[in-house]
Design a protein around this ligand. Sequence first.
Ligand code: 8YV
Length: 328
Amino acid sequence: MLKDPRVVVTRQLPERIEARMKELFHAELRDPDGPMSKSELLAAVVKADVLVPTVTDRIDAEVLEHAGDQLKLVANFGVGVDNIDLEAAQRRGIVVTNTPGVLTEDTADMTMAMILAVPRRVVEGERLVSSNQWEGWGPNTMLGHRIWGKRLGIIGMGQIGTAVARRAQGFGLSIHYHNRNRLPISAEEELAATYWESLDQMLAHMDIISVNCPRTPATYHLLSTGRLSLMKPDAYLVNTSRGEVVDEAALAAMLKQRKLAGAALDVFEHEPAINKQLKELSNVLLLPHMGSATIEGRVDMGEKVLINIRTFVDGHRPPDRVIAKLIE
Ligand code: 8YV
């Protein structure tokens, strides 16, 4: 049992969550907001009993090895834990938790919006109107591609992938997926989903690919030049997972050469930097990592963080403990 734990939060969280954080713990909140520099992170782990980082903090081996013995818990505000060196945390006996479940539906909604937006040229159409260049309806104006009846290939059929599949079914897409483990037959039947053991083969047959797997050592550049080249030239790529799963430079080059029809990307390899070529293309929709950005979602994430910390400091196993081996 940890008495009056010092909780350092690296970013400004919803007001309601920060208020509760202060009631429950000796909380050090971020004001003004902004990502912590490496030196600020190093200073934080020297004094914190609990650190609450986000995707904008790299909690790498250097940071964790610099931590004082008092640091016992890293309670990530986010489901992806690729920003944390889990092995290094384990070596130091530091527990890591995340916030699964509560951002599934929001992220799936955004993924679906992106699946619809690029083939139907939603953003191009908006730009045409807002730049005063629209000259009126024409039978051959702004033609995109039909969604209904196309094949959607989901890479990573976890909670978010499954939530995307449920939505996509309603839009008449046939569901295909590649995952480390095949789903139970009942789940496949419910989604009318076809399992592809070979990612390469699935890529070659899909009209739209949605990346929904976590970023782990095994998924880094999973969509390499070679794999992207397997996709049909009239196929689209959507990524709401992590930028590092796709070789961004290779993707940009292929889109430029029209070897792919288009892409919708909410995440990037070197956020907030984005490959310059991507910004110059009209068949690409670029969003600022906002897949889970709803007010309700952020509050739910904060609640999860509070519960994880509270349970831990009370001497129990926190509900969302992340075990290094399980996610690799
Ligand atoms: C979050 C995300 O907004 O939770 C995740 O893994 O990618 C985002 O949707 C972000 O990570 C918060 O830290």
